[in-house]
Design a protein around this ligand. Structure first.
Ligand code: ADP
Length: 402
């Protein structure tokens, strides 16, 4: 074991592609080249020491990633004893402990040496070396070599942590850029269809108003109104997701006549979607609930328009609302195309759509709005679905008073 060897190891570690590889190779080099029989590297991050890699009793490298030790008073006192003025390393002479995953368990008087991994910026972590098996402590000279190794390792770790932080920032920026482009492309595409219908209907009314009878005109006016509502819903969703991402959604509760409210929403959703479904509404419990009407409107409208959109004409949709003392539970149940098990967690993420949508258009925003608006109420949304059979969305919102 000598300084020349330490420099050769550091030279190899510098070229490791990432921090994880560096730590794994550092432990392996400490074992095979510096002859440390049992050692482990812990890295400091946000007030905790995280285990990385170590060697076991037979000298084989181990993965210690689930070790996470809070830097509490006991540990802080230990680190303070390792200040550079004091010493780069200490041998723990007192009873030593082994971490059993939950707590430090005393295993007798030990042969543990703790060496500080240090960079110019300060403390980076610890190399813990345990000579418990051979009971052969490193001598002063050998320990000095280990100290130099830890100092070089500290610098390499510092550089790699900085590089990883830059890589993470770049990846995040790239991801944000991609989300923005996808957002603009999806939204502009979804605006085009209603705008085209409005344009065609208004041109027909303008050029042929003298040849159209009242009921034909009513159809075109309805078309225009329907498409305007569609655009308004789309805009509401875009604004809500923007607000949810930037400042979070406010929840201002007020008494809402739940039967009248749901009946209006069912009419509106049926009108906007312009399809014939058998929508069956049932209500139990209190007539009035304390909820945020705007948020709940977006929750229910998105669930209803989806139930209509993803199930065949004429099929039945059940909307069941139960206002209890402490919570309101809403079920929206359809007999539509359903969502496969693997897509069920995904569809609540913005822009994610299930694989079976076929030609049915959509932005992939509705369910993320449902999730956000329900969570703003302190509630939760659950999905039960089977492909080809149908879906049931259940929203549960806690109520403070009714
Ligand atoms: P979209 O605008 O695509 O409908 P949503 O966020 O509202 O976006 O829904 C996300 C995806 O979840 C949809 O694209 C669809 O794949 C699936 N989905 C949502 N509701 C239903 C439903 N009632 N039946 C079947 N699939 C649904």
């Amino acid at each position: 074991m000598g300084l020349r060897m330490v420099l050769a190891i550091a030279n190899d570690l510098i070229t490791c592609p990432d921090l994880d590889t560096t730590l794994r190779e550092a432990v392996e080099a400490a074992r095979s080249k510096l002859g440390l029989e049992r050692c482990a590297i812990f890295i400091e991050h946000d007030g905790f020491l995280y285990g990385t890699y170590g060697t076991d009793g037979h000298g084989h490298p181990t993965d210690e990633h689930d070790l996470r030790i809070p830097i509490n008073k006991v540990w802080q006192d230990r680190f303070d004893r390792l200040t550079p003025e004091d010493a780069q390393w200490i041998t723990v002479e007192d009873t030593h402990f082994e971490w059993d995953g939950k707590q430090a368990v005393p295993i007798g008087r030990g042969w543990i040496t703790i060496t500080r991994i240090q960079s110019e910026e300060g403390f980076r972590g610890l190399l813990i070396n345990d000579a418990n098996i051979s009971k052969k402590q490193l001598n002063e000279v050998q320990q000095e070599v280990v100290s130099v190794f830890c100092t070089l390792l500290g610098r390499i770790i510092e550089r790699q942590q900085a590089e990883e932080s830059i890589r993470r920032t770049l990846a995040k920026e790239q991801e944000l850029g991609e989300i923005k482009s996808r957002f603009i492309a999806t939204i502009s595409h979804e605006f085009r269809t209603p705008l085209a219908v409005i344009q065609t209907s208004s041109q027909l009314l303008k050029h042929y108003h003298d040849r159209l009878n009242d009921s034909q005109k009513a159809v075109y006016f309805d078309n225009i109104e329907r498409q305007i509502q569609q655009i308004t819903m789309l805009l509401d969703n875009v604004l809500t997701i923007g607000q949810a991402n930037e400042v979070g959604l406010d929840c201002d509760v007020e008494p809402v006549d739940i039967v009248g409210f749901c009946t209006r929403l069912i009419h509106e959703a049926t009108f906007v979607s312009n399809t014939r479904h058998e929508i069956v509404f049932s209500h139990t419990g209190h007539a009035t609930c304390l909820v945020d009407e705007q948020l709940l409107r977006q929750t229910i409208m998105n669930l209803l328009t989806n139930a209509i959109k993803y199930s065949p004409q004429g099929s039945r949709i059940d909307v069941e609302v139960s206002c209890r003392d402490d919570e309101i539970v809403i079920h929206v149940k359809d007999q539509g195309i359903g969502i496969s098990k693997e897509d069920q967690a995904l569809v609540f993420e913005a822009f994610q759509r299930a694989k079976n949508v076929g030609a049915i258009s959509g932005t992939g925003l509705g369910l993320s709005i449902v999730k956000r608006t329900v969570e703003a109420h302190g509630g939760r949304v659950e999905l039960k679905s089977e492909e080809g059979v149908g879906s049931t969305f259940t929203v549960t919102i806690p109520l403070t008073t009714s």
